[in-house]
Design a protein around this ligand. Sequence first.
Ligand code: GDP
Length: 304
Amino acid sequence: MLVLSGGTGTPKLLGGLRHLVPDEDITVVVNTAEDLWVSGNLVCPDIDTVIYLFAGLLDTDKWWGVVQDTYRTHEALASAGHDEVLRLGDKDRATHIMRSEFFRQGASLTEAVGRTARMLGAGANILPMCDESVSSMISTDTGTMHFQDFWVGQKGRPEVLGVEYKGAENTSVTDAIRKAVEQEDNIIIGPSNPITSIGPILAVKGMRELIQSKYVVAVSPIIECEPVSGPAGKLMSACGCEVSSRGVARFYEDLLDVFVIDERDGLGLRDVEDMNVAVVSADTMMTTPEKSSALAEVVMREMS
Ligand code: GDP
């Protein structure tokens, strides 16, 4: 099984999928365009969430960070006058230190992430979307900034004018991803932010073409005209996408075979029939592990 993931919606679905498929048989291709260096270490927020999920360490109240982590280093730095853009837990920072050391020693990001994941006990094959550095840069009415500065630093307040995947033009599909995709008939695109989570993965040079021949099942992160959480609505509007499941379907149009939308969503088959996509309605609100499992069963049923 191969899943494209960001750091919140899709990890919730992965929580259900891993009850149906052994971790060792799951490959997750994860967005890295929200990565940034903090106090000397490379933080990969979406990858970390996926690693912690599979290692049984994830704080599932926040869907990021290690459960019951402490913040002593972050607080010590702050009291000395060194402010960090992200509030990093101590155990979380240990992960970043370890991965950054592998990276500094010459490992590729794929190797550094794989080694870190194994050391923490995550059994899935967790792959960064590429080895090159890509950043989601948000153009706003107050200037262009990294996604983390926009969403965490500025609390998502500035008006968004556009989004650019800086560095995407220099990327290529890694051997590890190519090999994993070639072994699969199906690809799952989880309910992640199309603009800042799945968009960067699809912007890796050669990725769309690689996936196009596969049977793609996607889950919508939008219910009616609202994302379940996060800035997807604001970012989709700024990128000229309708903030609806239809807008998400259009974003994936060239890839999509089956689109799972929420049963509360008014989107009808007719809205996407010109796209030649099968629409399946289900409860997609994963507020409990049981609901994640139920949605995972729906997704598995739809795979070819
Ligand atoms: P990020 O990296 O933290 O932005 O995380 P993702 O991109 O993976 O997830 C954010 C998206 O997940 C948002 O657009 C939400 O609407 C969506 N999302 C979060 N929880 C759920 C859920 O329970 N169901 C559905 N359908 N979407 C969800």
